[in-house]
Structures are given as C-alpha cells and as structure tokens.
Design a protein around this ligand. Structure first.
Ligand code: GDG
Length: 484
C-alpha cells in the first residue's frame, strides 16, 4: 500500500471547469466555472497537487498557455485535452449527444446509432486515457465524470496502468430494455466494470445498471445492501454506489441574504405586482419538459378562472445546442406556445408568461429563486436537477413551494415534502398550480423547512466526501475548505 500522502488526485471530465472567452483586446481569457463540483473539488485538487483533465471547448492556439497560467491561479493543474473538429463531431455531438444523452433519458427517437460515432467515441476516450496515463501514477486516485468517458478505465488498464479508479454518472441510467438497444452495449458495460467504484445518482439508476449487467452476464452476483453494493463477475469485483449529488447550500443561502440580491428580489416581486409567481429555469433541452409545463399552465388558466390575473410564470430558458435543428425547432415551439398563452389570456397590466431566453447572471438567478412563490421543476427525466435544490437553498424566508417531477433524481430525497407531479399529466400539474396558489402559509413553511434541512445536511461537500470515502478511502475532511 503506497503512502497515502504521495497519492495525487486526478479528475477527468469532458469539459475543463473553465469558461474560455475573449478579452477586450481579443486575447483569450479563462474564468473559473461556477458549478458546485469545482467548488468542492478545488481544495482537494490543490492540496494533493492534483490535476483536472478535460477538453477546453476550443482548439484555438494559446489554450495550453492559458490553462498553464490559470493553473497557477487555481492551485492545481488544468490539463487540456485536444480534440480535432472531426473528433468533436463524432464523439461529442454524435455519440454523446445523439445516442447516450437521449437514450439514457429514455428518449429513443432522436438516437442515431452511427458506427462512425462509436469509433470516434473510442478514439476520444483513448485520448483522455492517454492524458490520464501521462498525468497519473499508479499511486494516484482518478475520478472520471459522466457518460462521455465510460471507456477510460478499460483503456488505462490496457496500457498496463492501474491507479484507483472511480466513476460518477451524472445522468440517469436507463432500464435494461432501453439500454440494450445500443449496438455497443457489451463494450460499454464491460468497460464500466473496470472502474473500482461506479457512482449513480439514485437507487433506480443503480438497479437499472445491475439489470443490464445480469442480462449480459447472467453469472454476475451482487452482494450487500444500502449505499454501496459489490458486484462480482468472473472473479473481478466492482462496487456500485448511490450518491445523490447536491449543491453548496451555504453559498446559495448566503447570496440570497445579500442586501443587493434581496433588493433585486423585491424589485422583481413589485414588477409583477406581488402576484403568485411560478418559476422555471432550464437549459433548452427536450428532457426538461418545458412545452408540457406550458400546456399545464394553459390547462390551469382554462380550468380555474380564479387563477386568471393572479399567477405569472417566469420561464428562463438557457440557450443550448442552437446549431442542432431539433433544438432550434424546440425553441420555436416554446415561443409559439408562450405567444398563444399570452395572446389568449393577457389583459392590461397582466400577461401570464414572462419568457427569458438567455443565461442570467448568477445573482439575478438567485433573486428570481428568492422572489418566486413556486418553482416548477418538471423534467421528463433528469439525473438529479440542481435547480430544485438551488431554489430551496435560496428560499431563506422558507415560504416557497417546490413542485417537483417524480422523474427527477431529486425526487428520491425530496418527494415527501415537495409537491410531486407527473410532468406528462398536464391536468395533474395544473391542479398542483391551483393547489400551490391556495396553500396556507403554515404548510408552505413546513414543507420548505423540511426540504432545506435535507439539502443543508446533504450538501456538495458531503457528496464529495461520501464518494472519496467509498472510492479511495480518503476524506474531504482531510483538506481545509477554501473557495475555488
Ligand atoms: C447534469 C445532469 C444533474 C440554469 N439557468 C441558469 C443557470 N442555471 C444553472 C443552475 C444549475 C444548472 O444550470 C443546471 O443544473 P442541472 O442539474 O440541470 O445540471 P447539468 O449540469 O445541466 O446536468 C443533472 C447534474 O449534471 C449534476 O449531477 O443534476 O441531472 O443532467 O446549477 O443554476 N445559471 C445561470 N443563469 C441561468 O439562467 N448563471
């Protein structure tokens, strides 16, 4: 057993945790990504002399030097993986976005099982594995993130390398009958089993994965119960864990208490004449259920006249994959639906839908969370959905209502206190809107307080700690907390 102090910590994800842009003079700039993952992992990486390996999102000259400079500032190494335009096309836009993303979310229609995509996926995974082999010794801990990089452990082992290897899947794992449609199903599953630990968001995802393994390898055995179980196949073991991801609860709650953010929240409420504010914030994607949500609002306004003039839906849609015709068509559909609802119901001083098609600055998003009476988090399928948790963390007044899809991973932890809906059932969601608008303040407070207590306890730091403990027998508590 190597001296634990010598271990370094290497993270792999498709994208590096930085946003590459251009400064006023056209020079390349990098800024730290804002996600909870980087906040939680940065201290671990910094203290163990670690590295984050990923694609910078561009192949522009100068990106390596940019990452080098940024590494000094971040306190850990950023190792950019360079991919050709053809690799990005086949691996990222093709295999990842046209096969794995839809299929893992149980959408089969958009899948395009092109053999060339599989080739590109293997090649790109080999490029990431090569970068990991160059950065890591066999004493190090390698934590691979998400569906883009499922082959990395297998490819590292093929190079004769055997660092401790953990994998976390951020998106759902689909039921066996759906997964098994992938022509390269066996290669994918067998490669995943080369990780020492595979982490899933929910029990359901892990159960689905085990079902797939059993279908492909009937002799596979599962041992244990609870958060971590062991799977044995042909004498090799892999551990399978459930680790529902979370957010930096304290950081969100602190921002929501900031006087400037509170003033913005107040201004938002005033601008909407203190009406009952429904709020949705989603990346433009077919998994998020935005058209179904708009249908539900239309149904609510048609069925419950008392809501007319009283409720407003603020729908933020973050632009995404606009170059893909399907996504452009989805945006146009949503705009048409918003137009129809507003055209039918608006009256002087009131329009039922306030539609925002852009990425809001972080503090403005928090002000919207804090100002809203009810969040509509109604994805058709979602690994976790952090908006649900962020909304609750920012609800420091504890009066907001979380309306949550039973198909979001977050439902596993929050279903007892959120208003649960089936997002495909527009009548059910319409009823939830009606009931929310009539909910007594005491009940609103009891529910929100319970939701916040769960997320406060299970925040992103607890999540990282649980994974590190299970995968590498190491703890986040060994490292001082510091902001990224
Ligand atoms: C994967 C899985 C899983 C949204 N609107 C704005 C904005 N956002 C931010 C939110 C939130 C994030 O986007 C979206 O959260 P998701 O949970 O959907 O995360 P993804 O990274 O898209 O997806 C998902 C997650 O991984 C973690 O494991 O929960 O199921 O698909 O953080 O705050 N941010 C800003 N302006 C906006 O208008 N600044």
């Amino acid at each position: 057993m190597p001296n634990d102090k010598k271990r370094r910590f290497i993270v792999l994800s498709n994208r590096l945790p930085i946003a590459v842009g251009r400064g006023p003079d056209g020079e390349l700039t990098a800024s730290q990504g804002a996600g909870g993952l980087v906040t939680a992992l940065a201290p671990v990486l910094g203290n163990r002399g670690g590295a984050w390996i990923g694609w910078p999102g561009t192949s522009e000259k100068g990106v390596t030097a940019l990452c080098r400079n940024f590494s000094r500032q971040a306190g850990y190494f950023l190792r950019p993986v360079s991919l050709t335009e053809a690799e990005v096309e086949g691996f990222y836009r093709g295999f990842s976005n046209e096969i794995l993303w839809p299929l893992f979310h149980e959408f089969q229609m958009p899948c395009n099982f092109l053999p060339a995509y599989w080739e590109a996926y293997r090649t790109a995974n080999a490029t990431f594995a090569k970068a990991a082999a160059a950065a890591a010794t066999d004493d190090d801990l390698v934590w691979v993130h998400d569906y883009h990089l499922m082959l990395v452990a297998r490819l590292l082992k093929a190079k004769g390398r055997s660092p401790r290897l953990g994998f976390f899947l951020h998106i759902p794992f689909p039921p066996a009958d759906i997964f098994l449609k992938i022509p390269w199903r066996r290669e994918l599953v067998d490669a995943l089993l080369d990780f020492d630990l595979i982490g899933f968001q929910t029990l359901r995802d892990r159960r689905n994965f085990f079902d797939v393994v059993k279908r492909l390898h009937p002799s596979a055995m599962r041992k244990g119960r609870g958060e971590i179980v062991t799977l044995t196949l042909a004498g090799e073991t892999t551990r399978l864990g459930v680790f529902p991801i979370s957010i930096d609860f304290a950081a969100f709650a602190d921002r929501a208490r900031d006087p400037g953010v509170r003033q913005t929240a107040k201004d938002i409420r005033q601008a909407f004449d203190n009406r009952f504010l429904l709020f949705g914030a989603d990346r433009l994607d077919y998994t998020k259920g935005v058209p179904q949500r708009l249908d539900a609002l239309q149904t609510a306004l048609t069925s419950y006249p008392e809501l007319r003039g009283k409720v407003c839906l603020i729908q933020v849609l973050v632009p995404s994959r606009e170059e893909v015709p399907q996504y452009r068509a989805m945006k146009e559909d949503i705009e048409r639906m918003v137009g129809e609802i507003n055209g039918r119901w608006s009256r002087p001083g009131w329009a039922p839908v306030h539609f925002v098609y852009r990425n809001l600055p972080h503090d403005e998003l928090i002000a919207y969370y804090a100002a809203s009476d009810m969040a509509l988090v109604t994805p058709l399928r979602d690994g976790m959905n952090l908006v649900a948790k962020e909304y609750a963390a920012c609800n420091v007044a504890e009066t907001g209502i979380l309306c949550l899809s039973e198909f979001a991973g977050a439902a596993m932890e929050l279903h007892r206190h959120a208003v649960m809906v089936n997002p495909f059932d527009v009548v059910g969601v319409a009823e939830a809107i009606r009931d929310g608008a009539a909910m007594a303040p005491g009940q609103r407070r009891r529910r929100m307080r319970a939701i916040r207590a769960i997320i406060r306890r299970h925040d992103i730091f607890q999540w990282v700690d649980a994974f590190l403990d299970a995968a590498f027998s190491t703890h986040l508590g060994d490292f001082p907390r510091q902001s990224a």
